[in-house]
Design a protein around this ligand. Structure first.
Ligand code: ZN
Length: 226
């Protein structure tokens, strides 16, 4: 894929992310992102992703057809490079799942995909308190077997939840653009606006047998005995 003059002009402002380049933009335009969230809570991140030129975005989860079509049309107006689709569940073939967990419905939706065979990386954003962002690389377990208490019942909404969601969106952009270490599992924890990161304990699905939750890479069979 080669950027057109119009695309170079449009994305020239994407310099908030260090190391950004034409090649990074081409990777974004080719990338497939699924967002699992309450549709209203997903809105700021969705607008950011579409504006940044992520080519294929699927908003997974419940929502009326009319609202879905209206949202897709709005995204098309914002940036015709981004195509927004809706799906009842997360598609199998994606580069990144961005899960925004603020209440019981989005938490159950994440729980439903947690043990499923999967491909692509995952970013889980808990916007209840204490707010945290888990970055789970491709081939590295799921929200059930990773650390970070990612499937705990949601508590009260975190202070600065929108800020946390946007920090996570920038992390997602870096991964999809190839600007972040693709195999580094990390947990970013927030205390108000202050964030600190530490390694996230994950299960290596390539080197080891499936963990107790049964998650495995898409296309591979579960190990017969463990
Ligand atoms: Zn797992």
């Amino acid at each position: 894929m080669t950027l057109s003059d119009r695309q170079i002009e449009r994305y020239s402002r994407q310099i908030i992310v260090p190391g950004f380049s034409g090649a990074a933009q081409e990777r974004l335009l080719a990338s497939r992102l699924a967002i699992l969230a309450d549709a209203n809570e997903a809105e700021p991140a969705l607008v950011y992703f579409a504006g940044a030129g992520i080519g294929h975005i699927t908003l997974a989860g419940p929502g009326g057809r009319a609202a879905a079509e209206e949202r897709a049309a709005r995204i098309r107006d914002l940036n015709s490079d981004a195509v927004l689709a809706h799906a009842a569940s997360v598609p199998d073939e994606i580069d990144l799942l961005f899960a925004l967990i603020g209440g019981p419905e989005s938490r159950s939706a994440l729980d439903a995909v947690a043990g499923r065979p999967r491909s692509g990386a995952m970013i889980v954003v808990r916007i209840d308190a204490p707010a945290r962002i888990a970055i789970i690389p491709d081939g590295a377990g799921c929200p059930r077997c990773a650390g970070g208490a990612l499937l705990d019942p949601p508590r009260a909404r975190a202070e600065h939840a929108e800020f946390v969601a946007m920090v996570a969106a920038v992390e997602a952009l870096k991964l999809l653009a190839g600007l972040a270490e693709a195999n580094a599992a990390a947990l970013i924890e927030f205390d108000g606006l202050a964030a600190s990161a530490r390694p996230l304990p994950v299960h290596d699905l390539i080197a080891a047998a499936s963990p107790a939750c049964g998650c495995r890479r898409a296309g591979e069979h579960a190990s017969a005995s463990r």
